[in-house]
Ligand binder design. Structure first.
Ligand code: NAD
Length: 479
């Protein structure tokens, strides 16, 4: 077992008491992490404010070089960090490597903006004047992140915040704090000045809440669930702080009769069961045109049978455990609720037990049919290895079903009909479309949800904008 400390003002500190970090595959305590005190939280923000001013005065190239060095150092520690990711989330090691490579690439991508954070020179209305729009960092940023991608989502916040001259105080999820602390371990060697990047640990309801309420923070960038995002939004409003919220999803996966059914099956399996279903853009509800529903279901069930549950550190494991007992119980309740509402379980439908599975938070890959649109399983985020299948008759009908949701993050469509593709992009209320392909954002795309899935968004140039204010200058000179 390891003891971790928090990273404050360039130093490692204990807090008050500690929280255990549990390996969800074995239920062993793999680490103890400190809980930040109110005094430490206040100090972290004051330190961040002072450090941010000097950091912002450095050139973009100097800041970019720090990000590049950080990426190099992380790369040198890839084997160790991917094991940490795998052990704290219960994620298969092959997926942990994917998360690491994807996450680390944000450092290099945003480092490229070292000479590209541009202002504008506008045409003035008056003689002998200059009119400029000047980019300026927002100041101190609070980052609050979830447990499902503890490394990648941390870098997704750190890299854009720092390249734009901000300081970031980050709080990882209390169940999976180690990846962020591993990133912090290399901050000093990368050249990050003390206070520019800090990591505070502890429960969201206390430490997270106090961080959001600290008046020094001018932007709260959050990834997590809808109820927490709403609460953060209300708390941030008290300080008139900006918010960027990346929240849950209920992605529809639409399979039309004219598509390549085999490709749709493979993608539907992958996009539901990756990371044990714990992905915001996962296939949460599969809609099948009635003419291919039987063929699809048969092939889908065969695909699900092949998914190999097991020790996340084994190279051939496809599915690990759920991240925590609480999350396991949520999935169990969701399947039980569907059963009671009249749904039929075609595969799985219970915990996996026996042998190594008697310890840990294991749930069988589960396929459900005979569902109705008004059931909770079609309306609430499952966030686990469970997928409901539902038939439809017409394209108009399925567009209506897909839009019948409080979420609006991602959507999948399998068809070869260009008209249907164009109508989906125009009419479906969501932020991210995967058409005839599986999930996975590009670092230079834009990841942001509509409706209750979010406000703002991450990645690319549009994600970078949240970290900047635009000042406007009217300058008169003696003509
Ligand atoms: P969560 O909302 O429970 O926790 C997220 C973070 O918020 C944690 O660090 C937690 O400690 C903190 N927190 C909790 N209460 C808080 C409060 N009152 N004030 C401040 N911080 C608080 O979410 P989770 O269970 O960690 O993550 C799963 C959810 O995240 C799912 O809904 C998933 O869809 C969503 N998610 C979204 C994206 C996206 O990009 N849209 C990506 C990953 C996960």
């Amino acid at each position: 077992m390891s003891n971790y400390q928090m990273y404050l003002n360039g130093k490692w500190e204990d807090g008050e008491g500690s929280c255990p970090v549990i390996n969800p595959a074995t239920e062993e305590t793999i680490a103890e992490i400190p809980v930040a005190t109110d005094t430490q939280i206040t100090e972290a923000f004051q330190v961040a404010r002072r450090a941010q001013r000097s950091w912002a005065r450095m050139t973009g190239v100097e800041r970019g070089n720090v990000l590049r060095r950080w990426a190099d150092l992380l790369e040198e520690n890839r084997d160790h960090i991917t094991r940490v990711i795998s052990q704290e989330v219960g994620k298969p090691i092959t997926e942990a490597r994917g998360e690491f490579d994807f996450g680390n690439s944000w450092f290099r991508y945003y480092a490229e903006f070292d000479r590209r954070i541009d202002g504008e020179i506008l045409t003035p209305d008056k003689p002998n004047e200059q009119l400029w729009i000047v980019p300026s960092p927002v100041g101190v940023v609070t980052g609050i992140i979830p447990w499902n991608f503890p490394f990648a989502v941390a870098v997704r916040k750190i890299a854009p915040a720092l390249i734009t001259g901000n300081a970031l105080v980050l709080k990882p999820h209390e169940d999976t704090p180690l990846s962020a602390l591993e990133i912090a371990r290399l901050a000093e060697a990368a050249g990050v000045p003390p206070g520019v990047f800090q990591v505070l640990c502890g429960p969201g309801e206390t430490v997270g809440e106090a961080m959001v309420k600290d008046p020094t923070a001018r932007l709260i960038t959050f990834t997590g669930s809808v109820p927490t995002g709403k609460r953060i939004s209300r708390n941030a409003a008290e300080n008139v702080a900006l918010v960027s919220l990346e929240m849950g999803g209920k992605a529809p996966f639409i399979v039309m009769e004219d598509c390549d059914v085999d490709a749709a099956v493979d993608t539907a399996v992958f996009s539901r069961f990756l990371n044990c279903g714990q992905i915001c853009i996962a296939n949460e509800r599969t809609y099948l045109h009635q003419s291919i529903a039987e063929e699809f279901t048969e092939k889908f069930l065969a695909g699900v049978q092949q998914l190999n549950l097991g020790d996340p550190l084994r190279e051939d494991t496809r599915i690990g455990p759920k991240v925590s007992r609480e999350e396991l119980e949520k999935v169990e309740a969701c399947v039980e609720g569907a059963r009671q509402a009249g749904a039929e379980v075609l595969a799985g439908g219970s915990r996996r037990t026996g042998g190594q599975f008697d310890r840990g938070f294991w749930y069988e890959p589960t396929v459900i049919s005979s569902v109705r649109q008004d059931m909770d399983i079609m309306q609430k985020e499952i966030f686990g290895p469970v997928v409901p299948l539902m038939e439809f008759n017409t394209f108009d009908e399925v567009l209506g079903l897909a839009n019948d949701s409080s979420y609006g993050l991602a959507a999948y469509l399998f068809t070869n009909d260009m008209n249907r593709i164009m109508r989906t992009i125009r009419d479906l209320e969501c932020g991210e479309f995967y058409i005839n392909r599986g999930p996975g954002e590009s670092i230079h795309g834009f990841h942001g949800g509509l409706k209750e899935s979010g406000l703002g968004g991450d990645d690319g140039t549009h994600g970078l904008e949240h970290y900047l204010h635009r000042k406007c200058v009217y300058l008169k000179f003696d003509g």
